[in-house]
Design a protein around this ligand. Structure first.
Ligand SMILES: Nc1ncnc2c1ncn2[C@@H]1O[C@H](COP(=O)(O)OP(=O)(O)OP(=O)(O)O)[C@@H](O)[C@H]1O
Length: 434
C-alpha cells in the first residue's frame, strides 16, 4: 500500500502532463491550476514556516541566522538565478546576498528545503514611512516537520554563529528616523558594516588602563556560567569620559573589534517614552554594545523629578529600569557604554546611574601626556626610540592641554618624523603662550 502511495504522485503527474493539452481545452486555466495544486497538496503535503525579521519588536535570532547562513551558501556554492551583490571600498571582494522573491534550495540529510526572502510593505505612520516587513518562507515536505524543527533550525543557528566568528563582520546600527522625528515603532534600526580600523594595539592610552579594560572585557565574555549561577543579567556597563578628541569613539570601535560585538548607537533624544525605549532595547541582538554618547547633554530628568506623563519626555528611571530589568529576563552579552565630555556635569544626573552594577568601570581618556604621545609617535611615525625633541615636548606638556586628535592631525601631515615632531613643538608652544 505504501509503495502504491509513493508511486501515485508520479503517475498523477505523468497523466497530467499527457492530458494537459486536452485539460487546457476543456477546463479554464485557473481551475486546472487549482486542481493541480490540490493534487500536489494531497500527495506531497508541504509546510511553510514564516520567520519574520522581528517578532514583537525583538529582532529574531533565527531570521538573523538564516540571513548569515544563506549569504554564506550563496557565496560558496552555485548562485540562484537572481542574487544581490554589494561591496564597500574597504572590502576586498563583492559579497553576494539572497534577493527578494528568489528561491534558494538547501539540502539537509535527505530533506530538500526551499528558502524565499519576502517583503511586505507597511503603511506610513503619520509622516514617517515605516520600514517594510521582511520575512523568510521556509518550505519543506510535511513529513520532515520534526527533523526541521528539532535538527535543521538548530543547525542553521549553530552554523550562522560559526560563520559570524569566522567572518568577523561587525555591524554598526543607528536609529533610522527623520531628524527631530520621534521613534515610532521600535523597528527603526538601520545598519552598516563597521570598518573602523581602531584596535587596542593602535590606541594610545595608559598601558595599565588598556590592560585592565581588555582583561575586564575578556572576563565578561567568558563568564556566562557565572552570571547564570549568581542570577545576574549578563551585561556590563562602562563610562568613557574625556575632552573631545581624546579617543572615546576610537576606544568604542577598538572594544567592538576586540569582542566582535555589533555596536548600536542609541540617540535617546529620538525616544519619546519609556515603553518605546523598551521596544528599542528589545530589538537589539545579543553580543552587542549599546552606546549612548554625550550622556551629560541627554534630556534626562533626575530620578524622583520625572513628571507623570509627558510626550517628549524621557525619564532617567526609565533608562535605569529598562537596563536592569529587561536584560535580566532576556538578552545575553550586552555591554552598555556611556560617553561624556564633562564628567563633572554628571553630578547633575542621578548618582544611581553610576553605582556599581550599572556602570561597572570608569575609563578616563584624558589630554595627551608623554607616555601616550610616544605610543602615537610609534604608530604614526615609527619612532620607537627616544627622539632629540622628546625632552622639549615633555616639558611643554606640563603647561599645555592638547588632545591626541590634535597630535594625530600633525602626524598625518608628513611622513618625515623630524618635521612632524617639530610641528608638534610649535603647536604646544602656541598653546602654552595663549
Ligand atoms: N587615544 C588615541 N589613540 C589613537 N588615536 C587617537 C586617540 N585619540 C584620538 N585619536 C585620533 O583622533 C581622531 C578623533 O578621535 P575620536 O573621535 O576617537 O575622539 P573622541 O574623544 O571620540 O572625540 P568626540 O568627543 O569629539 O567625539 C581619531 O580618529 C584618531 O585618529
Amino acid at each position: 500500500m505504501e509503495v502504491l502511495k509513493s508511486l501515485a504522485p508520479w503517475v498523477t503527474a505523468a497523466v497530467l502532463v499527457v492530458l494537459s493539452p486536452m485539460v487546457e481545452d476543456l477546463i479554464p486555466f485557473a481551475v486546472s491550476n487549482y486542481l493541480f495544486s490540490r493534487a500536489q497538496d494531497y500527495f506531497f503535503p508541504r509546510l511553510t514556516v514564516i520567520i519574520e525579521e522581528r517578532g514583537d519588536f525583538i529582532s529574531d535570532q533565527i531570521y538573523e541566522a538564516a540571513t548569515t547562513y544563506l549569504r554564506k551558501k550563496i557565496n560558496d556554492s552555485p548562485k540562484p538565478k537572481r542574487f544581490r551583490c554589494r561591496k564597500t571600498i574597504k572590502q576586498n571582494k563583492p559579497i553576494f546576498d539572497i534577493a527578494r522573491e528568489e528561491e534558494v534550495i538547501d539540502n539537509f540529510r535527505d530533506i530538500r528545503l526551499k528558502w524565499k526572502l519576502r517583503e511586505e510593505k507597511t503603511e506610513h505612520l503619520q509622516l514617517q514611512p515605516l520600514p517594510a516587513k521582511k520575512f523568510f518562507e521556509l518550505t519543506f515536505d510535511k513529513r520532515f516537520e520534526e527533523d526541521v524543527v528539532e535538527s535543521y533550525l538548530p543547525y542553521v543557528l549553530d552554523r550562522a554563529e560559526e560563520i559570524q566568528r569566522e567572518e568577523k563582520v561587525i555591524k554598526l546600527y543607528s536609529l533610522d528616523c527623520i531628524p527631530d522625528m520621534p521613534v515610532l515603532t521600535g523597528r527603526e534600526w538601520g545598519s552598516t558594516i563597521l570598518e573602523h580600523p581602531a584596535t587596542f594595539d593602535k590606541l594610545a592610552m595608559s598601558p595599565e588602563l588598556k590592560r585592565s579594560l581588555k582583561d575586564d572585557l575578556d572576563r565578561f565574555v567568558n563568564r556566562k556560567e557565572w552570571y547564570k549561577k549568581v542570577g545576574r543579567a549578563w551585561k556590563r556597563g562602562y563610562l568613557i569620559y574625556g575632552p573631545p578628541g581624546t579617543g572615546k569613539s576610537s576606544l568604542i570601535a577598538a572594544m567592538a573589534n576586540h569582542l566582535k560585538f555589533d555596536i548600536y548607537f542609541l540617540d535617546i533624544s529620538n525616544i519619546v517614552s519609556d515603553s518605546m525605549l523598551r521596544k528599542i532595547l528589545l530589538s537589539i541582538s545579543n553580543r552587542s554594545m549599546i552606546v549612548i554618547e554625550d550622556i551629560d547633554c541627554a534630556q534626562l530628568e533626575k530620578r524622583g523629578e520625572e513628571k507623570k506623563i509627558s510626550y517628549y519626555k524621557f525619564t532617567l528611571s526609565g533608562l535605569l529600569n529598562v537596563m536592569e530589568g529587561l536584560w535580566s529576563s532576556c538578552g545575553d552579552e550586552r555591554i552598555i557604554v556611556f560617553t561624556t565630555n564633562h564628567k563633572d556635569d554628571l553630578d547633575r544626573l542621578d548618582p544611581a546611574l553610576f553605582r556599581p552594577g550599572r556602570i561597572d568601570m570608569h575609563v578616563p581618556m584624558l589630554y595627551c601626556n608623554m607616555d601616550v604621545f610616544k605610543m602615537l609617535a610609534s604608530t604614526y611615525l615609527d619612532v620607537n626610540e627616544d627622539h632629540r625633541l622628546y625632552g622639549q615636548i615633555k616639558g611643554l606638556f606640563a603647561n599645555a592641554e592638547v588632545t591626541l586628535a590634535e597630535i594625530a592631525e600633525e602626524f598625518s601631515r608628513t611622513e618625515d618624523p623630524d618635521a612632524a615632531l617639530e610641528a608638534v613643538v610649535e603647536v604646544l608652544k602656541q598653546k602654552t603662550s595663549s
